[in-house]
Design a binder for this molecule. Structure first.
Ligand SMILES: Nc1ncnc2c1ncn2[C@@H]1O[C@H](COP(=O)(O)OP(=O)(O)OP(=O)(O)O)[C@@H](O)[C@H]1O
Length: 950
């Protein structure tokens, strides 16, 4: 057997602090099944667990069906593990087969862990410790468990320089207790009077779990500025360099043993602060310590176990074994006895026991989850969820070599828990660890550490021996006083820190308040801007309404224009109607005249026999004709005058109306424009104010300035605090605080930038919208201007058209008036001075005279000729009145109205008949009696003259 444990060094890796197994290795899982205990036998609970012989396949099967025979065998659940021990397996066998290989790894320098896990009363404590009494020959007795056997084996193996230490800790209801220190709170009835022990004054220090890999980086003891540490480190490196060229940079070197520190000089990974290590130089001393701890362990009688462990315990043996020259290798073996996983009801737990069970179950549940997570290779392993799993962090999935022994009961009564234990065991088999060799320590440091402790103990012992009561050596007392001073200083510093933090908090509160006020003012400004925006929107709406009104007015104007046109058309129609009336009147009058002439003609027919007083008749005819013409003229004049008067009366009104409307429109347009201009000016002003505010105040990084100020205050406060602290602590803390200050500054900067970015993000769209709205306003302004110009132009055009139309109407009216007057005069003059008429009448007179003289049968012919003359007269009058229209109309030609009137004279047919006609008439009159019989030519001529009677 390799007693040093160095013989198994694979590939000469021993000595290298970084040396570790090349591959990850699974933790070893063993199952130990005891025989049925008294309770189970009494309960007549059958055996359902089948455990093969230790030499065959490591499988455990459990018959959960409760049946027997082949079928039960088939239904049995089988779990494969690494090693299986049945009821017949002795303590010795379990140790040699299962624990001893681990012990050798421990001796080789590996950190190792052995766990026992299982339901209550299944033999965990029996397996781990068993009987710890030493045999008479200095060896263990047959019932001794793994821990005592390891202690005995250890001192059997150790030959050269070494140091062995032991610690024993208990985890009860999530509280840690040093089972070997006397001053620790005694949860149960402590077996020793701790107050009389010298360690008691230091023992009040609470045990705490530390992860040296994390905490030590911030710890002063690992500070590279520490000259002692550096010197030792350099020394170590130099020393090892001479032996091998391998770099030791990554070595976990603990060169601070003996230093004034809370961290044990040799601790790496997870360790318990303030847990006391005891030097042992023999197995017996170790066994005594083990016994002492077990006596103080929390035990109680439960339904299932008379002496049931109510806590988890870890007995740790630390070995400093000489490696080479002055270098010692450190390795540890943790012997973990877990509390029983139990059913509270089954265990009969009440009150305190129930609480214990709850706590135990809770930590074991977490352990189960950790095992599951590790087996499933989950990203997160819930080590921190319980103290137990934190303590086992290095052993499960860490850098230790680990063996788990699951203890089970064979009885059917415990089948459920057995299945659960086996499930965990088979799961745990999949956990892989990366075992790593322990670190080095220099002999001097180790010796110093040990001798210091020895001196202290001796001094305490001497004091204890020399006097009664509580005695402490001077040195210890001085240390304690120093500690006290240290604590006081720490307390003062903490108070100071607290005060400055309070001050800072107040400052921050004030800043928060001022920030809130600033936020309020910003909010009110924002509200202000919002209301301004609202008023601008309202004004825009008003402008739109005005625009709508304006367009309605334009529509009205167009309608009025159309109405005006239709009115003019009505006047034109009236004009036409009046004209036609006049024509009809004239026609009627002429018809009356014709009728009268005809009646005269009838009278003439009777001329043969009567005294005809032609002159009188002719005069009366003439007078009648003149009267008729006068009446006609008067009527026409009256009609024209009334028409013109109406027209003249109505037209100014209409034009006045139009002019008023145009004036109104012009006024409204002006008003609208003014309003719009005012609105736009308001808008521009508001926009400028807003823009000024945004550009000048809001977007000028006021926040940054503000926050910069605050940041400066905070930074200066932090700096002040740092300065204060710097005076009281070392330079390293200043760096730390500066980093913190920088971090806070950066964080405030980040927050400030976030705030500004957020505000910018919020305001950017609004700003662009505002700018867009200003563009729109400008467009609207130019459109409005354009619209106003167009409107003004249109209104001016309308006004000028109306003005022109007015003038043209005036002109037309005066022309009509003039024509009427001229026509009147002309008609009168023409009638008065018409030679033809006079001649006609004279001719009639003559003819009448002739008739009177002749008194012949030619009276009819003469009368006919008179009729012709009258018809000529009729035509002349018509022509006189209608111009050439009559002539053309007799030919069926339509004369447009515009060609009538002023051109009347140019188209008149002279009333005076041609001399040839007159002569012919005269001749015919003269020769009529003679030529009447031969007068075919005369008849032809007469037939060419239209008859009035027709
Ligand atoms: N393999 C075994 N051979 C003989 N006796 C055993 C065996 N296992 C356990 N026992 C006995 O059973 C009893 C209970 O064992 P132990 O106290 O070790 O159980 P435990 O699992 O630690 O229980 P708890 O979790 O309640 O502490 C003890 O008296 C012990 O001697």
């Amino acid at each position: 057997m390799d007693t040093t444990g160095l013989g198994n060094d694979p590939g000469g890796e021993i000595g290298s602090a970084s040396a570790m197994e090349k591959d990850d290795i699974n933790i070893t899982v063993a199952v130990r099944c005891r025989g049925r205990n008294k309770r189970e036998i009494e309960a007549k609970s059958p055996i359902v667990v089948t455990v093969p012989d230790v030499t065959t396949t490591p499988e455990v099967s459990i018959n959960t069906s409760g049946g027997s025979g082949i079928e039960a065998q088939l239904q049995a659940k089988t779990y494969t593990v690494d090693k299986v021990y049945g009821p017949d397996s002795s303590q010795k066998l379990v140790f040699e087969d299962c624990a001893e290989p681990l012990f050798h790894d421990f001796m080789r320098g590996y950190n190792c862990t052995m766990l026992v896990y299982g339901m209550t009363s299944t033999g965990k404590t029996y397996t781990m410790t068993g009987d710890v009494e030493m045999g008479a020959e200095g060896d263990v007795n047959g019932q001794a468990g793994i821990a005592p056997r390891i202690l005995v084996k250890l001192f059997e193996c150790l030959q050269d320089d070494y140091v062995v230490k032991c610690s024993f800790v208990e985890l009860y209801n999530e509280d840690l207790r040093d089972l070997l220190s006397e001053g620790q709170d005694d949860f149960s009835n402590g077996t020793e009077n701790s107050s009389k022990q010298p360690e008691s004054l230091n023992a009040s220090k609470k045990l705490r779990i530390f992860d040296s890999n994390n905490s030590r980086s911030n710890s002063p003891v690992t500070n590279t500025n520490n000259p002692t540490h550096k010197a030792r480190s350099d020394y170590l490196k130099k020393k090892l360099k001479s032996n091998r060229k391998k770099s030791l940079d990554d070595m976990s070197l603990n060169a601070n043993a003996g230093g004034k520190t809370h961290v044990p000089p040799t601790q790496t990974g997870i360790y318990i602060q303030n847990l006391k290590d005891f030097h042992i130089s023999t197995a017996k001393e170790g066994l005594q310590l083990l016994q002492r701890g077990l006596q103080r362990r929390q035990v109680a009688t439960t339904k299932l176990n008379d002496v049931s462990s109510r806590s988890h315990t870890i007995f740790t043996i630390t070995l400093y074994k000489k490696f080479k020259d002055d270098l010692y290798r450190l390795s540890k073996i943790n012997l973990v006895d877990l509390a029983g996983s139990e059913n509270v009801n089954k265990a009969g737990a009440l009150n305190l026991r129930a609480k214990e069970s709850g706590s135990i179950n809770q930590s074991l549940l977490t352990l189960g989850r950790v095992i599951n997570s590790l087996a499933d290779k989950s990203a997160h392993i819930p080590f921190r969820e319980s103290k137990l799993t934190r303590l086992l962090q290095d052993s499960l999935g860490g850098n230790t070599k680990t063996v788990l022994i699951a203890t089970i009961s064979p009885a059917k009564i415990a089948a459920e828990e057995t299945c659960s234990t086996l499930e965990y065991a088979s799961k745990a088999k999949n956990i892989k660890n990366k075992p790593q060799l322990g670190s080095f320590i220099i002999k001097d440091i180790l010796l110093k550490d040990v001798s210091q402790e020895l001196i202290k103990m001796r001094a305490d012992l001497w004091c204890t021996k020399s006097k009664e009561g509580i005695y402490v050596s001077q040195k210890n007392y001085k240390e304690m006083v120093d500690d006290l001073d240290n604590f006081k200083t720490e307390l003062t510093e903490l108070k100071r820190t607290n005060d400055s933090l309070v001050q800072e908090n107040e400052l921050l509160g004030k800043e928060k308040k001022s920030g809130a006020e600033r936020a309020d003012s910003l909010k009110s400004e924002l509200d202000n801007l919002r209301s301004q925006l609202k008023s601008v929107t309202n004004k825009l709406a008003q402008t739109n309404t005005q625009n709508t009104k304006l367009s309605e007015q334009v529509t009205d104007m167009n309608r009025i224009q159309t109405e005006l046109k239709s009115l003019i058309e009505v006047y034109q129609q009236k004009h036409e109607t009046s004209k036609h009336k006049f024509q009809r009147l004239l026609k009627d009058e002429l018809a009356t005249l014709t009728a009268k002439i005809l009646s005269q003609w009838d009278t003439l027919k009777n001329v043969n026999s009567g005294n005809y007083q032609i002159h009188t008749h002719i005069d009366s005819i003439r007078g009648e004709v003149m009267n008729l013409l006068e009446t006609t003229k008067e009527n026409a004049e009256t009609l024209y005058k009334s028409c013109i008067d109406d027209l003249l009366k109505e037209t100014p009104k209409i034009f006045q109306l139009i002019s008023d409307n145009v004036g109104d429109i012009r006024g409204m347009t002006e008003e609208h424009y003014t309003e719009m201009a005012r609105n736009f000016s308001d808008l521009s002003e508001e926009f400028n104010t807003f823009k000024q505010y945004l550009d000048g105040q809001f977007f000028q990084n006021n926040h940054i300035e503000m926050i910069q100020t605050h940041q400066d205050i905070v930074a200066s406060n932090m700096q002040k605090m740092s300065d204060d602290l710097l005076q009281s602590v070392q330079n390293s803390i200043q760096n730390y605080l500066s980093t913190n200050a920088q971090m806070v500054t950066n964080s405030i900067n980040d927050v400030a930038m976030d705030v500004i970015n957020k505000e910018m993000d919020l305001f950017a769209p609004k700003k662009s919208k505002w700018e867009e709205s200003i563009d729109l306003i400008n467009q609207s302004d130019s459109l409005s201007n354009k619209f106003r110009n167009n409107m003004t132009k249109s209104v001016d055009d309308i006004a000028s058209v109306i003005r022109n139309s007015n003038e043209s109407m005036d002109r037309s009216i005066s022309t009509i008036k003039k024509h009427i007057i001229e026509n009147d005069i002309n008609s009168q003059e023409q009638i008065n001075s018409n030679e033809l008429l006079t001649n006609s009448f004279k001719a009639i007179q003559e003819k009448s005279n002739n008739i009177l003289h002749l008194v012949t049968g030619d009276l009819t012919v003469t009368a006919q000729e008179s009729m012709d003359g009258i018809q000529n007269l009729d035509r002349s009058i018509r022509t006189l009145i209608h111009g050439d229209q009559y002539i053309h109309s007799t030919k069926g030609v339509h004369i447009p109205p515009q060609n009538r009137g002023p051109e009347l004279h140019s188209t008149l047919i002279p009333l005076k008949p041609s001399s040839s006609n007159l002569n012919r008439l005269s001749d015919s009159t003269k020769s009529s009696p003679r030529k009447r019989s031969q007068g075919s030519e005369d008849e032809t001529h007469a037939s060419k003259i239209p008859k009035l009677t027709q």
